[in-house]
Design a binder for this molecule. Structure first.
Ligand SMILES: O=C(O)CCC(=O)C(=O)O
Ligand SMILES: [Fe+2]
Length: 355
């Protein structure tokens, strides 16, 4: 077992040693291309990372995915700052199309996802909510680390290692000038999967957080509207629509989270024309342990970094072309889950999201 706490870096970092090289197949014009099947094949041959609380082995990104990320951004962003309080940079595209496609298939195939169930108070009533999309999360706030033996979260007094520089994360940090320590991953399998209007203005992200949001796979509409104001500004009622496409990056910053709401509405007609689902990665920076606990609770459920257990994991099944419940095995997982039960009770009241 690894002695090093492995979180975001374990997934996004390139593997430590290049064991073998598979030449990418040439395209018609003779230039090498990143070919998805080859890249996936390559991924299967990479050493796998482990994480004591995650707790499944996860393949590293294939080299063919890390090498095409240039050291400087290739496109200038569209600046969206003429509406009140809106401060968005829209990189369209941010990743080359073939890279985005390969990354989509790699992530969908490799990651365990969850459909987290939780309860919220509506008036006096406890209402049970099932998140209407698949989610998972990687990362730790800057005050926390994982104990590799027990899977517990350790507090600030325990020396934790900073996240290692990693390919997609580092590229996004270089592009945006921001620093991140979390990646939330959403998978919208079809048009019924969605996220309701909300803002990511959680206190543990600090005031005016910067959030980088990457789209992979199918396009989906992203709606933005201003939060209610005393003057009933028109942007409260007429939502702005951005058709986010594979490889796009949206950087939300400044007063965007404190003053605007965003959503991915359900879409009639199921999946997009390309027949695939959509993966969304958001990079964020949590400033306190409350961030770690909240993100794991709401994106992995009680099987995640905070301990607990019981949330069902799903994995992509190539033959059935669907997410199917994943039957896990292995002693380490059971140990982490058992260990987490008592720890779960020490959670602070989580920040709730309305679906
Ligand atoms: O899928 C998206 O583009 C948005 C996801 C989102 O808003 C969130 O996870 O907070
Ligand atoms: Fe959001």
């Amino acid at each position: 077992m690894s002695k090093r706490p492995r979180t975001l870096d374990a997934f996004f970092a390139p593997p430590p040693a290049k064991k073998q090289h598979i030449d990418p197949s040439p395209s018609e014009d003779g230039k090498p291309t990143t070919n998805p099947p080859l890249a996936l094949l390559e991924a299967e041959q990479q050493p796998q990372s482990t994480h004591p609380t995650y707790p499944f082995p996860i393949p590293h990104l294939p080299h063919s995915l890390t090498s095409p990320l240039p050291s400087t951004p290739t496109t200038s962003p569209i600046v969206m700052n003429t509406h009140p309080d809106l401060d968005i940079l829209y990189y369209k595209p941010y990743l080359p199309l073939t890279t985005a496609k390969t990354l989509f298939h790699h992530l969908r195939r490799s990651l365990p996802f969850y459909r987290v169930k939780y309860s919220i108070k509506r008036g006096a009533l406890d209402t049970s909510v099932t998140t209407p999309r698949f989610t998972t999360v990687f990362g730790l706030d800057s005050s926390a680390s994982f104990c590799p033996q027990s899977g517990r979260l350790l507090d600030a007094r325990t020396p934790g290692k900073p996240l290692a520089p990693a390919s997609l994360l580092a590229h996004t940090e270089r592009t945006t000038g921001a620093n991140f320590n979390f990646a939330l991953v959403n998978y919208y399998a079809d048009g019924n999967d969605s996220i309701a209007f909300h803002s990511d203005s959680e206190f543990f992200l600090g005031p005016n957080p910067t959030i980088a949001s990457i789209t992979l796979g199918s396009s989906r509409d992203f709606l933005l509207k201003h939060k209610p104001t005393p003057s009933h500004h028109p942007s409260e009622t007429k939502a702005m629509k951005l058709p986010l496409a594979s490889g796009d990056l949206l950087l939300m910053q400044g007063r965007t989270q404190s003053h605007w709401l965003h959503s991915i509405p359900k879409r009639k007609g199921g999946v997009g024309a390309d027949g695939a689902g959509r993966i969304n990665i958001t990079f964020r920076r949590a400033l306190s342990r409350a961030g770690t606990e909240n993100y794991y609770r709401y994106n992995v459920g009680d099987g995640g970094g905070g301990g607990g257990g019981g949330e069902e994991a799903y994995k992509w099944d190539d033959a059935r072309r669907a997410m199917v419940p994943w039957k896990r095995s292995g002693g380490r997982e059971v140990e982490a889950l058992r260990d987490g039960v008592e720890h779960r009770e020490s959670f602070p009241t989580p920040v709730e999201r309305l679906e």
